[in-house]
Ligand binder design. Sequence first.
Ligand code: ATP
Ligand code: MG
Length: 566
Amino acid sequence: MSDTPIPDLPRRDFIRELVADDVATGRFGRPPATRFPPEPNGFLHMGHAKSICLNFGIAREFGGTCNLRFDDTNPFTEEMQYVEAIKRDVEWLGFKWDGEFYASDYFEQLYDIAELLVKKGKAYVDDQTEEEIRTNRGTVTSPGTPSPFRNRSTDENLDLLRRMKAGEFADGACVLRAKIDMAHPNMIMRDPLLLRIRRGAHHYRRGTSWHIFPLYDFAHGLSDAIEGITRSLCTLEFKDNRDIYDWLVEHAGFTDPPRQIEFARLELDYTVLSKRKLLRLVNEGHVSGWDDPRMPTIAGLRRRGVRPEAIRDFAEVIGVARKDARVEIASFEHAVRNDLNMEVPRVLCVLKPLKVVLTNYPEGRVEMLEAQNYPHDVPKTGTRQIPFSRELYIDRDDFMEVPAKKFFRLSPGSEVRLRFGYIIKCEELVKDAAGNVVELRCTYDAETKSGGANSDKKVKGTIHWVSAAQALSCEVRLYDRLFSIPDPDDVPEGQDFISALNPDSLVVIPEAKVEPTVGQDPVGTRYQFERAGYFMSDVEDSRPGKLVFNRIVGLRDSWAKEVKKG
Ligand code: ATP
Ligand code: MG
């Protein structure tokens, strides 16, 4: 309409460029209308999150609308529990849909369009089997063979279509096909299937009353058109479907048709982003459920402790491209760490407890030390009091009997600072019959606490600790990559992605020791356990007196370090 560009429209990727042009030129004569169209046959995953952030993000940024449409045209795989999970996940990600729609509510409208196409001579009922139809479709280099039923009269087609709908025919007896071109260079255009019979199949919303189900191509574009969508965003594998999309909306009589744009699907290393594969992991018991914290599902990430902000930031960072590319999991972990770093308080938790006895500390005495909650973030304040006493736990990894080079933590005769506390010196080891170190006997220097006479004494290492008597026992679940190779489908002939599962993706520490201050926090509280990573108490399995923590992400990329070590 106006030829002055609207300067502040976001144009940071090729899709937003197009939408900005639509707005600037008034192409659709209305604000951008997008939709997120999941099939309710599983839980949403990170790939869907990318699509959600894109579709809802565009609506938000351009003052348009975004519908949530359940693409529920397959009676065999869809369930109400998935609809509910999808709605919960979209909301949790921070988005509110304008309309909530179901393709299964359009079955009547789609049927009317089917009759219209038949009347226009643009569709016919074919009695060939789907197998015959496939073989007769030809190849990229040779045209297809027209069906012997292709030239049925309109009346005969209409009669058969009505009887298909009435449930007179068995599954597979016939199908409705578009009548386009059996020699079309795009194979999809060689008279694609529109409706097939699933007589008496139980659809989770329509029950058993509906007998003819639309195929993806028939339902998808027309649903977009019915809802007045302007830009229909989908992943690249649907590029070849764009011809049939356009053909159907045109022949169904929509004068202001939506336009499909394809973008790269998200593929993330060391995981699988496909509901079908994730369903197998659930059904075969490789994970505890759709919300297992190792799953790349929104529900799994939520349970693990990832915040929606991190997922949205990640979607922003990876952007939208026209070419498929795998994304390194490290870039997702970076987004998660980055989001939590400034947000969550620090606490001390010892994952692998090793007893330390301070031989010169009075027995029975407990003093409270002041600890900063946000030592990383000066504007945020807050301190807490943590108990200190003669018997402590430190982490086994902070002790080496024969220290490696540059090991600045505890070893016989060495000194180390206890976080928020004193400098201690390792004087003696206690071993069990097998020769394992089971206790360290140390001395502490009472003047090395903050404010003490020797408080500026320097030692090279600072380690975390908890007071043995007051620490709370907790279970800690450490998660690692679900698959041991970047592309889980890249397995030897005869095997599938299941064989690429990482056997160590979950390590349970049955008894770690955490400082007592966390005991009062509600489940689902997130922390950084200093020097150990980011954790959240598990919302399902934590009980009063028996906390369970999930590791959300480590402090840095431990894999990159291992690769470097070689
Ligand atoms: P799956 O193979 O996991 O079932 P799908 O594409 O069949 O994926 P749908 O429920 O049909 O899943 O998808 C809903 C929307 O999410 C579609 O618009 C689809 O393009 C998008 N989507 C699904 N997976 C990805 C992905 N990996 N990256 C980006 N978008 C995706
Ligand atoms: Mg699908």
